[in-house]
Design a binder for this molecule. Structure first.
Ligand code: DGL
Length: 266
């Protein structure tokens, strides 16, 4: 059987953290990454718009013959997963369920905070996924819309970012949550800033490794796990591949390969 790749997509480049986790966990698999740089940010857009972009990307990945689609974007996972599963013939996995599961396993006082984009918070996807598993958990949500541009502008270590983070995290601190879900692709990059404010007793959950493990288990279960060869990574962006490559360099602190331009059929 021909080697089938795994498709991964995000609104931009934040999902590269998920791509890296998949590559570490599944080193023999070919991976195709799509960053929708023409339409980023998804976090402040309507559910209709996010669903339209997500469907167009998933259709493109489906045409590439992928065996699984991983939605690395939290906003797209929160708003478009149901529609994708209905319309796309390939299995689709999102970041919400693995993140919720990991947070439940981590909390001792059964108080969880969720940080995300406006779209993710508005969708209540994380609270729904958590309460479905344990309806006694108390949840507080906080949208942090300024975090994405701060990360992309490489402002993570500047005092302004600390001031903004302090403001966003005020309610989270007051809630007494011992576990905080970093419910957006970019927030793991601000882990140190967030952890300094919340203190060592608070566990920060990012879903990259859990999701990679879930993808691994799924492929084994389906008998589609690659046991030979070395996996290759191909990256597409819907606009300005050169900028994508440059930003990825300082986000991941490592170089990525060629970025191919692919405009979406919307
Ligand atoms: N990828 C988005 C997410 O994880 C963040 C960036 C955006 O707003 O598009 O929610």
């Amino acid at each position: 059987m021909k080697k089938q790749p795994i498709g991964i997509f995000d609104s931009g480049l934040g999902g590269l953290t998920i791509l890296n986790a998949l590559h570490r966990t599944l080193p023999r698999e070919d991976l195709i990454y799509f960053g929708d740089t023409a339409n980023v940010p998804y976090g402040s857009k309507s559910k209709e718009a996010v669903t339209k972009f997500s469907l167009a990307i998933a259709r493109f990945l489906e045409k590439q013959g992928v065996k699984l689609i991983v939605v690395a974007c939290n906003t797209a996972s929160a708003q478009a997963l149901g529609k994708l599963r209905k319309e796309i013939s390939v299995p689709v996995m999102g970041v919400i369920e693995p993140g919720a599961q990991k947070a439940i396993e981590s909390t001792l006082n059964r108080r969880i905070a969720v940080l995300g984009t406006e779209g993710t918070v508005k969708s209540n996807a994380y609270p729904k996924a958590i309460l479905k598993r344990d309806h006694k958990i108390r949840i507080v949500q906080q949208a942090c819309p300024l975090f994405v541009p701060l990360v992309e502008e490489h402002w993570g270590k500047k005092p302004a970012t600390q001031l903004i983070a302090r403001d966003y995290l005020n309610r989270v601190k007051k809630s007494g949550a011992d576990t905080v879900i970093l419910g957006c692709t970019h927030y793991p990059i601000l882990k140190t800033v967030i952890s300094d404010i919340l203190g060592r007793g608070v566990t920060l959950v990012d879903s990259a490794d859990t999701l990679a493990q879930a993808a691994h288990d799924f492929l084994i279960e389906q008998g589609k796990f690659q046991t030979k060869g070395k996996g290759r990574v191909r990256i597409y962006a819907s606009d300005d591949p050169a900028r994508f490559k440059r930003l990825a360099g300082y986000l991941l602190e490592e170089k990525i390969g060629k970025v191919h331009l692919k405009k979406l059929d919307l």
